[in-house]
Design a protein around this ligand. Sequence first.
Ligand code: MRU
Length: 349
Amino acid sequence: MIEYISSVKLNEAGDKLVILDQTLLPRETVYIELDAIEDVWEAIKKLRVRGAPAIGIAAAYGLYLGIKNIKTESFEDFYKIFKEKLDYLASSRPTAVNLFWALKRMDERANKEKHKRIDEIKKALLDEAEKIRGEDEEVCYKIGEHGLSLLKRGMGLLTHCNAGAIATARYGTALSPMYLGQERGYDFKVYADETRPLLQGARLTAWELIQAGIDVTLICDNMASIVMSEKKIDAVLVGCDRVAANGDTANKIGTSGVAILAKEYSIPFYVCAPMSTIDLSTKTGDDIVIEQRNADEVTAFWGQSHAPDGIKVYNPAFDVTKAKYITAIITEKGVVYPPYGENLVKLFE
Ligand code: MRU
């Protein structure tokens, strides 16, 4: 039995968010307790909690923690502070739409309950955050089932970044088919891109898969072409931070290069996307805001500088894979094939 790691949940007393500090992995497994909304903001910004679904879950709980001590009996007064806190959390990271999706759900719930007492509204918001977390677990399991239906025993799989259990409530998205396959004896051979600059592949994906007993080999990002040319890869599976209405998909920097390579070697390239990551209000990939991060993530490996002082740096955290490179998008509702413009809309009907 695989033991799935829970990276974001509320403590038993319901007054603190407990997160696995992903910046310390794989050397240290440290859970930290957060009770201030500012600490939740910081944890998202600094990638202590990361991965699109986990960010959404953390933000929903963070918003609850931010409003649970508001003292007023007036909904108008309550809602004004609620909105300020919501906007504050929304400013933590721009690309993963799950953050905004989860906050929108919290906003809709607050408005739905607006005629109730403030203490009842607070309870409802806690319930909504719990639902967001609980649903994500089911969603990821279904993505695993649909993903697995496209794969065969013994296949070689490549993944980029970390779309695993710790990036979600459970199972992960791109890693979910690998986990379910492992439970059913599929014997996959997984290749994990290290994923520069922050090494989510080396530090997180490799760590997760090893613990699950899955055969995983770590490669540098620039080795994807050789492993493909040597026929070690039968399919690529990645997660995503936002899918635009035309199927263009933002995911961790480097993903688009892997997709272009996969096309060259005629290897299927699958994007695993919960419905909460599909954003029909964003028309194409050009409309997705790409997060720019600090230069020191590129010039230094976790504090150890390896570049000349003052060097100019460009550090986009994500890139957009054009829809034409994506063989299929695997969702909890099933597998979506091109033309994405039409088929993604159908998914929501
Ligand atoms: O900057 P990160 O580590 O939050 O980026 C994460 C990714 O790009 C993941 O692939 C994506 O969020 C999907 S997680 C299920």
